[in-house]
Design a protein around this ligand. Sequence first.
Ligand SMILES: NC(=O)c1ccc[n+]([C@@H]2O[C@H](COP(=O)([O-])OP(=O)(O)OC[C@H]3O[C@@H](n4cnc5c(N)ncnc54)[C@H](O)[C@@H]3O)[C@@H](O)[C@H]2O)c1
Length: 299
Amino acid sequence: MSTTPSPAGDTTPGRGPLAGRVALITGAAGGLGQAIATRLAAEGAALALLDAAASVHEGAQRVRATGARCEAAQADLTDPDARARALAALREALGPINCLINNAGITNHIAPLARMSAPGWDRELEVNLSGPFHLIQACLGDMVARGWGRIVNLSSMAARGGLYHQAGYTASKAGLIGLTRNVALEHARHGISCNAVLPGLIETPAVAAMPALVRDDAIALVPARRTGRPEEIAALVAFLCRDEAGFINGAEIDIDGGAHLCPIVLGSAREIRERQAAQQGQPAAPSPARGGSGPPAGR
Ligand SMILES: NC(=O)c1ccc[n+]([C@@H]2O[C@H](COP(=O)([O-])OP(=O)(O)OC[C@H]3O[C@@H](n4cnc5c(N)ncnc54)[C@H](O)[C@@H]3O)[C@@H](O)[C@H]2O)c1
């Protein structure tokens, strides 16, 4: 690396602990992606933003308005051609990628295991696990050549306790931890770190939109009794990208208000009602509209 990172507290554009680094953030148009982009730019990194949503370009404009270097590409990261074109364009504009933040992720299929569709399962594995694999492969060459690299994979507390009716999401996020370990095993000696971050319930738009029963039930079981803030995830990701974090490798870092200490398995609305009724020794109350199993029960 040709540049010397400047002091940790320096947020002058182009200066800071990540000055001279180019960071690729996937899912950069989403709740956590935007917070991570804001933080990495504030710490001096030049940003390469990738997302399937067109709004990734507006996000890039906001980052550039702060004085940071930032380019964006709209692409589905599971499409090999689109992914290759996006990476080539971002690399052409900013130079080799030094930090890769695998943040894009989906929950697209919520169903009991017995009724989980094969295409739904496949898509979650494709985006949440194979996507990071392909991007890591694409970025490793540059990192190895420079003897320096940082990879941060956004897993989930789902990888610990599971999520009710979300086998595909859970399996993909647990698989991402396995991938993280192997990257560290094979490439730590090249100056590359690869770590998994396991957020609990974070106050992103998707979590804010969860049914109140499901959200409140989950928060009541979090030792911190609150949801996390996107800025808290972003601060951890930025730290893992710094020079001084280089000896943290192959780690699984829970950032969940202590939720991993408790047997929290986010339930559907129906499951929560059944559990609450069982605790009171009563039959479960009839389910309201939609069969009561409810929409997404969190991440
Ligand atoms: N929010 C939470 O509480 C929470 C908790 C645990 C883990 N996570 C994980 O953190 C990450 C970010 O979560 P979020 O809440 O910001 O999600 P989000 O839905 O707000 O953002 C995800 C982004 O990924 C993009 N994306 C999805 N599929 C893509 C594809 N095929 N190609 C390119 N881009 C694609 C979407 O367009 C979206 O902008 C995810 O991996 C999620 O699983 C979130």
